[in-house]
Ligand binder design. Structure first.
Ligand SMILES: [Zn+2]
Length: 265
C-alpha cells in the first residue's frame, strides 16, 4: 500500500483522503492492500484515546497495527490507582498499568510492546533510541502515529514525539509520520490544527470499550468522546479523529472540479 492511501483504506475515510489519491469523492473505493501501522505512545492510554478509532478501522480493513508504549505512566498517569491504593509500590503500579495497556490493545486488535523507560522523567538514552529505531526497522511501518510534535505543555508527550521522529530517521526508512491530538484542552495553546480527519462513527462503540479498559484514567471516556464529537463537527461527521501530517503532500488536480470541503456531501 502506498502511504498516501493509508487513510483511504479506513472503513470510512473522508473526502480529504480521496482528494489526495485523486479519486472522485463519491466514487466507491477500490480495495487496498493492508497497511502496517505503528503507534508510538508515551503512556498506556494516549494512543487509544487519540487514535483508537482510526486503529480499529485499520484493523477491520486488514491492517497490521502495533503500539509501542515508552512508559507505564506510573507517576503522571496512574490516576485513581494512587488515590485508591495509598502507599502502593511503583512496581505494582507498573504491573497494573501494563495489564491495562495490553487489554486496550486487545480490544483494538493491535500488537503491543511495553518499553517501560520511566515516567516523569521519561529517560530516552542513546541506547534506548537505538532500540526504538531497531524496532521500527523490524516492523517496517507504512505509517507511524505519535504525539503532536509541539505538545510542549506535556514534556513526556513532547519527548515521545521527538524520540519517534529521531528513531524513524535512524531506522532509515521512508516512514510517513502523522501526529495525533495533544492532551484535550491544549490543542489551541500548542497550535494543533488538523489537516486530516478519519470518520470513526462506525467504530466508536468499540473505541469506548477499549478506553474503558484503562481504568486508571476513567475520565478519558468522557474527555475524548467530547474531543471526537468536536472533530466530527469540524469534518461533517458524527465522531472523528484528527491528525496533522509531518510532511503533507500537495493535492494536484487537472482542473478545479467543484467543492472539496470536508463538509460537502
Ligand atoms: Zn500521556
Amino acid at each position: 500500500m502506498k502511504r498516501r492511501e493509508f487513510f483511504a483504506a479506513s472503513l470510512a475515510a473522508l473526502p480529504l483522503a480521496a482528494a489526495q489519491t485523486g479519486t472522485a469523492m463519491e466514487q466507491p473505493r477500490a480495495s487496498h492492500s493492508p497497511a502496517r501501522v505503528l503507534v508510538i505512545s508515551a503512556h498506556p492510554g494516549d494512543y487509544c484515546s487519540r487514535a483508537g478509532g482510526t486503529l480499529i478501522a485499520q484493523v477491520k480493513a486488514g491492517s497490521k497495527v502495533k503500539v509501542i508504549w515508552l512508559t507505564h505512566g506510573e507517576t503522571n498517569e496512574a490516576g485513581v490507582i494512587l488515590q485508591q491504593h495509598p502507599g502502593i509500590s511503583l512496581p505494582e503500579i507498573r504491573r497494573i498499568r501494563e495489564a491495562e495497556a495490553f487489554a486496550s490493545a486487545k480490544v483494538i486488535g493491535a500488537e503491543g510492546q511495553m518499553m517501560g523507560w520511566g515516567d516523569n522523567p521519561l529517560i530516552v538514552t542513546p541506547e534506548r533510541m537505538q532500540t526504538l529505531a531497531r524496532d521500527i526497522a523490524d516492523f517496517k511501518p507504512d505509517i507511524i502515529l505519535t504525539h503532536w510534535k509541539n505538545e510542549v505543555t506535556y514534556a513526556t508527550h513532547w519527548l515521545t514525539s521527538k524520540s519517534a521522529i529521531e528513531a524513524a530517521q535512524l531506522a532509515n526508512g521512508s516512514w510517513d509520520i502523522r501526529f495525533f491530538e495533544p492532551t484535550i484542552g491544549t490543542a489551541t495553546r500548542t497550535g494543533f490544527v488538523p489537516d486530516e480527519y478519519v470518520d470513526i462513527t462506525d467504530v466508536f462503540d468499540q473505541k469506548v470499550q477499549a478506553m474503558k479498559t484503562l481504568t486508571a484514567q476513567p475520565w478519558i471516556v468522557e474527555y475524548y468522546t467530547t474531543c471526537n464529537r468536536m472533530r466530527g463537527l469540524e469534518s461533517g461527521r458524527h465522531y472523528a479523529e484528527a491528525f496533522v501530517r509531518w510532511a503533507p503532500r500537495p493535492v494536484v488536480q487537472a482542473l478545479l472540479n467543484g467543492p472539496t470541503s470536508l463538509t460537502s456531501r
